[in-house]
Ligand binder design. Structure first.
Ligand code: UDP
Ligand code: GLC
Length: 381
């Protein structure tokens, strides 16, 4: 099957990293069309997945845009849509992986007469999207032949926003467990390089953005014993510079300069996670899926996640991880202290998480699921 994948981002967020795994089995017969240049293109090329940047114009739609702004940007999209229509005629299917890709993909699907699949990685709720954006997304997604969602939580929000339930299939993100096996010497070297050998390292692995809640972890850290140190791994991928400034101010005010390290965007996540004593996920709005939670499990590091959205589908508290109320630093402090004090129990939880996640989220299972869904489409169309 020849697939034209579309994604708006030049940078590798979670939806883009997921797309690499989905496109890989089709690498001999697919194209990933991007709406921006950047390091995501290089990552696809490195994985031998054909990729083309389809426009050099920035697309201006924001998550909170109004109807008139939305319409203006559709007009602005005309040359890109025309290009996608032309390319799509050489493919069997259009697979839109992001909201803006859905806008372009839905219109191109109509003109090229190719079926549309939409992979929804977001929770379409008022916390994340304006009413206009939700309405546009749902109206276009309802014209697709299939809507793949990354969790029960994303499915529920889609249907509540008016999405057709019969189109929806849940497929979790997939991972290759082998990539998360590290040797002890390398792990110790990372801790030494960070100059944190004798510390209790809590790692946070998300782009720096207000709803990812790095500020909650810093507030929790202020009440933790002095051996606890935080590493913040990730960058402000989508221009959240004000938030980065706020984080530095908060750290200065709490006099935590020596206990928080900003490592920026990294490509060695499995090793860094393995070097942590605990991984904290602290999103303040519901997380649609939360790749970092599963990656922590696969790395064998205990994980605490914010109890909302897809995260509650991943973590069974006390069995394979910990859950804390979103936006509640005191609970987070308590869980960090439990992990320090009861290392044996915490290690057992991490081991159970590694075993179960290696099967439940194995990329081979997820690829099989996607292949079956796409096959069914081509049989019925
Ligand atoms: N990530 C990365 N380098 C970093 C920080 C994060 O490669 O410095 C990866 C992380 O391992 C995860 C993804 O970015 O696979 C983030 O996905 P997630 O679903 O957790 O959140 P999103 O940012 O997509 O909302
Ligand atoms: C989005 C979501 C994240 C999810 C990822 C992959 O970026 O914000 O929660 O894990 O997509 O589906």
């Amino acid at each position: 099957m020849k697939i034209l994948f579309l994604d708006q981002s030049g940078k590798p967020g979670g939806a883009e990293l997921c797309l690499i795994d989905i496109a890989k089995p089709y690498q001999n017969d697919c194209l990933v069309g991007l709406f921006a240049d950047g390091s995501f293109k290089d990552l696809l090329a490195k994985n031998h997945i054909p990729v083309q940047v389809l426009t050099d114009k920035t697309i201006q739609v924001k998550k909170e845009s109004s109807f008139s702004q939305g319409l203006a940007s559709i007009t602005q999209l005309a040359p890109l849509i025309a290009k996608v229509v032309k390319i799509a005629r050489n493919y069997d299917l259009i697979y839109a992986n992001t909201q803006k890709a859905l806008v372009v993909g839905a219109i191109a699907s109509f003109f090229s007469r190719r079926p549309l699949v939409f992979h929804l990685h977001d929770i379409l709720s008022p916390e994340h999207f304006s009413k206009t954006n939700r309405n546009i997304s749902v109206a276009l997604a309802n014209r697709a032949s299939l809507v793949i969602v990354n969790s029960e939580a994303s499915k529920k929000a889609f249907i509540e926003a008016g999405g057709k339930a019969e189109l929806v299939e849940i497929v979790y993100n997939g991972f290759d467990p082998q990539k998360y096996i590290n040797n002890e010497t390398e792990i110790q070297q990372v801790r030494q390089k960070l100059e944190l050998e004798d510390k209790f390292i809590v790692g946070h692995f998300s782009r720096l953005a207000p709803w990812k809640g790095q500020h909650i972890l810093i507030e929790a850290l202020a009440k933790c014993p002095s051996e606890v140190t935080v590493i913040l791994v990730g960058d402000a991928l989508f221009g959240e510079q004000d938030y980065v400034k706020q984080l530095h101010q908060q750290i200065d005010q709490l006099k935590l300069q020596n206990r928080v390290k900003f490592l920026g965007f990294r490509n060695d996540i499995p090793l860094l996670m393995a070097a942590c004593d605990l991984v904290a996920h602290t999103s303040t709005s519901p997380e649609p899926f939360g790749r970092v939670i599963v990656e922590a499990m696969l790395s064998g590091t205990p994980v605490v996640a914010a109890a909302s959205g897809g995260a509650v589908e991943l973590v069974e508290p006390g069995i394979n991880g910990f859950l804390a109320t979103p936006g509640n630093p005191s609970e987070l402090t308590e869980i960090i202290n439990t992990c320090i004090q009861d290392k044996q129990k915490t290690d057992a939880i991490a081991q159970e998480a590694r075993n179960s996640a290696s099967q439940r989220f194995h990329v081979a299972n997820i690829d099989r699921q996607i292949a079956q869904l796409l096959e069914q489409l081509s049989v019925s169309s």
